[in-house]
Design a protein around this ligand. Structure first.
Ligand code: NAP
Length: 281
């Protein structure tokens, strides 16, 4: 199997993002991403640090807003305050959320003009309706990688495994907009392998290490592995058993080094787009 180089795609995207950020700065606008962090989770802290580094590399300001475990209302108040700041162009809220909060409700507090990771249900609704909107960066990354790899999507059969609001559903909608014939699979799907084997492109977004093996993929298929599962040695592994696919035809995004870096850069690209749009209005 050929491994798709997500880091190279991210580096190519970074050039465009840097140029647009520099143009904004020259016009007196410092594009800024606000990251609301309502958790002390170590994996989240690691991700936020990597986001801050990526922002610095392309000329974005990254403003971290920790929300310590506090009484009810702290998170919504903080989100509203951050979102109202005119110097902030993109707002994201990290997970896991404190008990009592639902992702959809928290997302609804981010105004669509600053909703650069498509967390507001309005953004998902607009995506479903075919209206311009910010889609979740991970879902955009799936389509961006396929586009950059010149994988034909018009009329292609695509199986998306996973139907979450953050990945599976928006990825399916974006692929539908590219005129693919999309099948969405989930935990109740009967004979998953029989469905995914029919597909020219398989998108795995489940969160179970090695769920998809050689039996799930037909020769020549392109597999986009969104899964990020922690390994006992502190690393990451995907939803696809990469070793089982090693001798097969086709292409696969590795974990790490596949979807992740492209997702990060697209989040920053959407923040730059938001800064451009907000500074025009
Ligand atoms: P999620 O909300 O837990 O959703 C998982 C989905 O997988 C659900 O739709 C679930 O079905 C389905 N599923 C569970 N077991 C299954 C099985 N045995 N066969 C088929 N489908 C099954 O997870 P998520 O937030 O979408 O994230 C998915 C993965 O992507 C995770 O590993 C996450 O860490 C990773 N991720 C990566 C990035 C990145 O940038 N690389 C970004 C976000 C997420 P039901 O709906 O029936 O429960």
């Amino acid at each position: 199997v050929r491994l798709i180089d997500g880091r190279a795609h991210a580096a190519a995207l970074a050039e465009g993002v840097s140029a647009r950020a520099a143009a904004l700065r020259a016009a007196g606008v410092v594009p800024a991403l606000a990251v609301v962090v309502p958790t002390a989770d170590e994996a989240t802290a690691w991700y936020v640090r990597s986001l801050a580094k990526a922002c610095a590399r392309v000329g974005l300001e990254c403003r971290e807003h920790p929300v310590p475990e506090a009484g009810a209302g702290a998170l919504p108040d903080r989100l509203a305050e951050v979102a109202a700041d005119p110097a902030v162009h993109g707002v994201i809220c990290q997970t896991p959320l404190p008990a009592g909060y639902r992702l959809e409700e928290v997302g609804a507090l981010i105004p669509p003009a600053k909703d650069v990771d498509g967390a507001n249900p309005t953004s998902l609704g607009r995506l479903a309706a075919g209206l311009p909107t910010y889609a979740p960066a991970t879902a955009v990354a799936v389509v961006e990688i396929l586009r950059r790899e010149q994988v034909p999507l018009v009329g292609a059969r695509v199986a998306v495994v996973g139907r979450s609001t953050v990945v599976g559903k928006p990825a399916a909608l974006l692929l539908l907009a590219e005129h693919a014939t999309v099948t969405v699979c989930h935990s109740r799907t009967r004979d998953l392998a029989a469905v995914t084997r029919e597909a020219d492109v398989v998108v795995a977004a489940v969160g179970r290490a090695g769920l998809l093996g050689a039996d799930h993929v037909r020769p020549g298929a392109v597999v986009i592995d969104v899964g990020t599962n922690p390994t006992p040695d502190g690393g990451l592994t995907g939803d696809v058993d990469a070793a089982a696919l090693a001798g097969t035809d086709g292409a696969l995004t590795p974990v790490p080094g596949g979807v992740g870096p492209v997702t990060t850069m697209l989040l920053l690209a959407q923040t730059v787009a938001a800064a451009e749009a907000l500074s025009r209005s």
